[in-house]
Design a protein around this ligand. Structure first.
Ligand code: G4P
Length: 539
C-alpha cells in the first residue's frame, strides 16, 4: 500500500525497499571464493600475492608464516607453524576495484579433510592452482570433483610458470581428459615454463610483458607491448604463442560465461604467484567473471534471495583461537540481508535468540570488529558456544538452510588416555573436537565410554585431534587404529542382523545418533549385503 510521505520522511515500506536495494548492491560487489590446490602448488603464496595486490599487506610474506618468511596472519596454531601447514581456515577481506573480496582459507594438508569441504559450502567460486611442473595431482582431482558436485565455478591458475614445467597445451589436455572440464584459457603465456615473458589476453589480444620485482616481494613490473615489437623481442617464442592461440581458436576453447557458471568449463590463467606474475589478471577476472552471492536453497520453501531479511549459516566452529581468552568462534557466512553487530538473531535449530555482540573479522591472529556485513561476507562470532556447524541464523523471516553434507569416514581409531585423573578433561576435549567437526566421534556399546572411536575422512584429522587434546586440554592420548575402511548407515534391525557377522562393528555417531556399520572393505560389505536381503546399508 502506498503511503503519503510528508516533510521528506520516508514510509516504512520505502525504507525497506531502499535497504533491500542497498543490500543487493552490496551483495553484487562481493566475490567470495577459496584458493584450493594440492599441497605445495602455491596456495599460501597466492594468498599473500592476492593480498599484496589489494595492498592489505605492504609486502608479501605477512600472511603465512612459512619457513623463515616474516610474520603470520593465517597460520595461528603452533602445530601449523611447526609443520608449515595450514590446518584451519579463516577469511580475509579486502577491497579491489569496486569489489569486496572475501578469500576463505582452506587447510593445506595432503589428505582431503572435511574442513575443506565445509569451506567450499560457503564460497561462490574457487581458484584452483596447478603446479606447472606437476599438472593434476591427487588432491587436485578430488577438489575438482567436489566443485563439480556442488556446481562451484572454478578458475584455474597454472602456477610456477617461472620455472620449467609441462607444455601449456598438454596441461589443458590433461584438464579436459582427466576432469572433463573444458579449459578456456583467458591469458596465454609467451615463453615456455621457465622462460616466462608475459601473457597475451585472449579476449583483447593485448600482450602484457611481465617482470618480477627484485626479490619478488613487491608488485610485478608490467608493460603493454604491441604485437610487432613483441614479435621482434621474442622471435620464435612469440611465433609459437601465436600459433598456439590459432589452434585454441580453432578448437573453440573460448570463454563462455554460462558454462563457467554451470561449472562445466574453467577459465585458465598462467602465472607465478611467488613473483606476483599473473596475479593482477587473476584478481581482475575474479571481479569481472566470478559470480556474486545469489539466492540460496532452503530446506522448505523457495530459495532465499540475497536482499531478503538477514540470514546466514555456520560453516566452521573453532575453539581456542586466542590462547589468552580460550574462546570459541563460530564462522558464519551471510546469505541474505544486512548484518549489524549487536543485532539479535534467531537460532533456527532451537528457536532461541542469540545476541551478536562480539562479531569479528578473523584471519589468523588478525581480528577486527565488524559493525556491518553483507551477503558473501564471513563473520566470526566470538563465544558462540551454542552454535554448531551447519546451524542457520535469521531475523524476522524464519529460514533453514540444509545441513552441511558430510563425507563418509574412511579411517577409524580408538582413543584412550592412560591418565585416569585427566578423564574429565579427556571427555571435554573429545566433545569439543566433535562439536567443531575436527573428527567424528563414535560410541561403541562394546568398547564403553572410556574408549570412544574417532572417525575421519583423512588421517590428518587424527593428528590434529591428538595435538589439540594435548595442547588445549592437557591430555595425552593413544590411538589404536581399527581395521575398517568403509562406514554405512544402518538401523536397529540392521544392527541385530550384523551381530551374526564377524569383523563388523556397529557404532553410534554421537553428533546425530546415526548407527554406522563399519566394514573392513567394500568387498566384505557387498558380500554381507548379498546375504541379507533386509539389511539396510546406506553409504
Ligand atoms: P601451499 O600453500 O600450496 O602448500 O604452497 P606454498 O605457497 O607454501 O608454496 C610451496 C612452495 O612453492 C614454496 O617454496 C613456494 O615459495 C613455492 N612457490 C609458490 N609459488 C611459486 C611460483 O610461482 N614459482 C616458484 N618457482 N615457486 C613457487 P618452498 O621452498 O617450499 O618454501 P619457501 O621457502 O619459498 O617459503
Amino acid at each position: 500500500m502506498l503511503q503519503v510521505i510528508q516533510g521528506g520522511e520516508r514510509s516504512v515500506s520505502q525504507n525497506v525497499l531502499a535497504s533491500s536495494a542497498a543490500v543487493a548492491v552490496q551483495a553484487g560487489r562481493r566475490r567470495t571464493f577459496a584458493v584450493i590446490s594440492h599441497p605445495d602448488a602455491g596456495k599460501s603464496t597466492m594468498t599473500e600475492a592476492l593480498a599484496l595486490h589489494a595492498r592489505v599487506i605492504g609486502q608479501a610474506g605477512a600472511v603465512h608464516g612459512k619457513g623463515d618468511r616474516r610474520g603470520t596472519v593465517s597460520d595461528w596454531m603452533a602445530m601449523e607453524q611447526q609443520r608449515g601447514i595450514s590446518v584451519t581456515s579463516a577469511a580475509l577481506q579486502f577491497s579491489y576495484r569496486d569489489a569486496v573480496i572475501n578469500l576463505l582459507d582452506t587447510p593445506g594438508h595432503a589428505d582431503f579433510s572435511e574442513d575443506t569441504y565445509r569451506v567450499l559450502t560457503a564460497v561462490d567460486s574457487a581458484v584452483m592452482l596447478l603446479d606447472a611442473a606437476k599438472g593434476l595431482e591427487p588432491q587436485t582431482l578430488k577438489l575438482f570433483e567436489v566443485c563439480r558436485q556442488r556446481s562451484i565455478p572454478v578458475l584455474t591458475f597454472i602456477n610456477k610458470w617461472d620455472r620449467p614445467g609441462h607444455d601449456a597445451l598438454a596441461l589443458l589436455d590433461e584438464i579436459e581428459q582427466r576432469i572433463g572440464l573444458k579449459p578456456t584459457p583467458l591469458t596465454w603465456p609467451v615463453g615456455i615454463a621457465g622462460n616466462f615473458h608475459g601473457v597475451i589476453d585472449r579476449r583483447t589480444g593485448v600482450f602484457t610483458r611481465m617482470q618480477r620485482s627484485p626479490g619478488g616481494a613487491d608488485l610485478a613490473y608490467e608493460e603493454e607491448i604491441d604485437a610487432e615489437e613483441a614479435a621482434e623481442m621474442y622471435g620464435a617464442e612469440w611465433d609459437t604463442a601465436i600459433e598456439e592461440l590459432d589452434l585454441l581458436a580453432m578448437t573453440g576453447a573460448d570463454h563462455d560465461q554460462d558454462t563457467f557458471l554451470a561449472a562445466t568449463s574453467t577459465p585458465v590463467l598462467f602465472g607465478a604467484a611467488v613473483a606476483n606474475l599473473g596475479v593482477r589478471q587473476l584478481l581482475d577476472l575474479l571481479v569481472e567473471l566470478a559470480p556474486p552471492p545469489s539466492a540460496r536453497p532452503t530446506v522448505a520453501g523457495p530459495d532465499q534471495p540475497v536482499d531478503g531479511a538477514f540470514s546466514g549459516f555456520v560453516f566452521k566452529v573453532q575453539a581456542n583461537m586466542n590462547r589468552a581468552h580460550r574462546d570459541q568462534v563460530a564462522f558464519m557466512r551471510i546469505c541474505s540481508g544486512r548484518f549489524e553487530r549487536g543485532m539479535v538473531v534467531t537460532h533456527a535449530g532451537t528457536g532461541r535468540p542469540f545476541t551478536t555482540k562480539y562479531a569479528q573479522q578473523i584471519f589468523g591472529q588478525g581480528r577486527d570488529t565488524i559493525d556491518e556485513a553483507f551477503p558473501g561476507d564471513v563473520v566470526g562470532l566470538v563465544n558462540a558456544t551454542a552454535l554448531g556447524i551447519g546451524d542457520t541464523l535469521y531475523t524476522t523471516v524464519p529460514v533453514q538452510y540444509p545441513a552441511l553434507p558430510s563425507f563418509p569416514p574412511e579411517h577409524f581409531a580408538v582413543v584412550r588416555t592412560s591418565d585416569t585423573s585427566a578423564f574429565k578433561r579427556f571427555r571435554r576435549g573429545i566433545e569439543q573436537l566433535d562439536a567443531e567437526g575436527v573428527v567424528q566421534v563414535l560410541r561403541s556399546d562394546q568398547r564403553g565410554e572410556q574408549a570412544p572411536v574417532l572417525a575421519a575422512v583423512g588421517p590428518m584429522q587424527f593428528e590434529v585431534a591428538t595435538y589439540r587434546l594435548d595442547a588445549e586440554f592437557g591430555v595425552r592420548v593413544q590411538l589404536d587404529h581399527l581395521p575398517y575402511e568403509v562406514a554405512a548407515r544402518t538401523d536397529a534391525d540392521g544392527r541385530e542382523i550384523l551381530r551374526t557377522e564377524s569383523n563388523i562393528e556397529v557404532m553410534t555417531r554421537v553428533r546425530d545418533d546415526a548407527l554406522l556399520a563399519l566394514f573392513p572393505n567394500r568387498w566384505r560389505m557387498k558380500s554381507v549385503a548379498g546375504r541379507h536381503a533386509d539389511l539396510r546399508l546406506d553409504v
